[in-house]
Design a protein around this ligand. Structure first.
Ligand code: ZN
Length: 349
């Protein structure tokens, strides 16, 4: 990696973009204290300028079985039980489509027992991915505190988390909203997940994508995480530091690289659809980002929340996910979890 950093340093503009120098002293933060990106920054992010520079200067990337690019599939497990607002929306959506049975079951699932929650759907998500020869990562919440509502007790879904491991998918930590800048809190959440999982946790993404450059990387490395996948946009899509490849971050304050791998997030479901006027436009965005990544033999990371697959008012989002899996598998992508990407990347470095 040192070679890569040396190469990037030779071009100051590229180096500043790669390290996100401007995020060290942000002029403006958004309502969740995240770096505020303006429109020109977001437009710039559709082009992975740093990865392109690296490829033009000799970076060669290989993937297993001669695949030419990779797709990292991830799910933030924000909810296991639908909040009332979701149940109502789903129910109304079913009614509009004359699906009376669906409408009733979205409202009354609780009567049949908690284990019948429509958002306890990890098996179905894995089945769908398996049908494309794909795997993914699930990031679970282990924090008690949350700005909106109590989410779930990890210990209550041990069976589901066990199934994720048994099938070879990954369980990582979805760091609490209030924990992103708190090393002790993150460590204790990691421990709690490890107790349920029965093994070490490698991967991380923070709730609401809260992240502070470069402190969050330092905290995560210090807490024993092997990779992070928080570094992306919460209100748009694209390559936050111009990279469509995993990378070792660099701490400009300390003048050294940080002992963690970043697998940058490129497309989050909520952000994608918030920026698209129609399904077709959302697909155009997605396809362009995939094609761009494929041309540079990169890795594109997707985030689809698990609730999307269990409610009826987000059918379009599921449709787009399936279309993406179909397209990427036809293009011969390696479609897998963050953990597998991490392992492959570390082995070949
Ligand atoms: Zn979240």
């Amino acid at each position: 990696m040192r070679v890569m950093h040396e190469l990037l340093k030779q071009n100051p503009e590229i180096w500043n973009l790669f390290t996100r120098k401007e995020e060290y002293s942000p002029e403006k933060l958004d309502e969740h204290d995240r770096f505020f990106s303006d429109d020109s920054d977001l437009k710039r992010a559709l082009e992975p300028a740093v990865s392109r520079y690296l490829v033009e200067h000799g970076l060669e990337v290989e993937f297993p079985e001669n695949k030419t690019f990779a797709v990292c599939l991830t799910h933030d497990v924000d909810d296991i039980y639908p909040p009332l607002s979701h149940s109502l929306l789903s129910s109304v959506h079913c009614l509009k489509n004359l699906n009376f049975e669906g409408s009733v079951s979205q409202l009354l699932w609780k009567l049949r027992g908690k284990e019948h929650s429509p958002y306890l759907n990890l098996s179905e998500i894995m089945d769908l991915e398996a049908s494309y020869g794909a795997k993914s990562s699930f990031y679970f919440i282990a924090a008690e505190a949350d700005p909106i509502r109590f989410r779930y007790n990890l210990e209550d879904i041990g069976h589901s988390i066990g199934e994720v491991s048994d099938r070879g998918w990954e369980s990582g930590l979805h760091g609490g909203y209030y924990s992103y800048d708190n090393s002790a809190a993150i460590k204790s959440e990691k421990k709690r997940l490890e107790a349920v999982l029965g093994k070490k946790v490698k991967g991380f993404r923070n709730h609401y994508l809260r992240f502070k450059t470069p402190d969050s990387w330092e905290i995560l490395a210090n807490s024993g995480f092997k990779y992070d996948s928080t570094f992306g946009y919460s209100k748009s899509v694209g390559f936050r530091n111009g990279m469509c490849h995993p990378f070792r971050p660099y701490n400009l304050k300390e003048g050294r690289e940080i002992e963690i791998l970043e697998i940058p997030l490129v497309i989050m479901d909520v952000a994608l659809f918030a920026n698209s006027k129609s399904f077709e436009e959302a697909w155009e965005y997605t396809k362009n980002l995939i094609d761009t990544t494929a041309r540079l033999n990169g890795v594109i990371t997707l985030l689809w929340h698990n609730f999307v697959f269990g409610c009826s008012f987000r059918n379009d989002w599921v449709k787009l996910y399936e279309k993406t899996l179909q397209y990427c598998s036809e293009r011969g992508a390696w479609i897998t979890s963050g953990e597998e990407i991490y392992r492959w990347w570390e082995d070949r470095s």
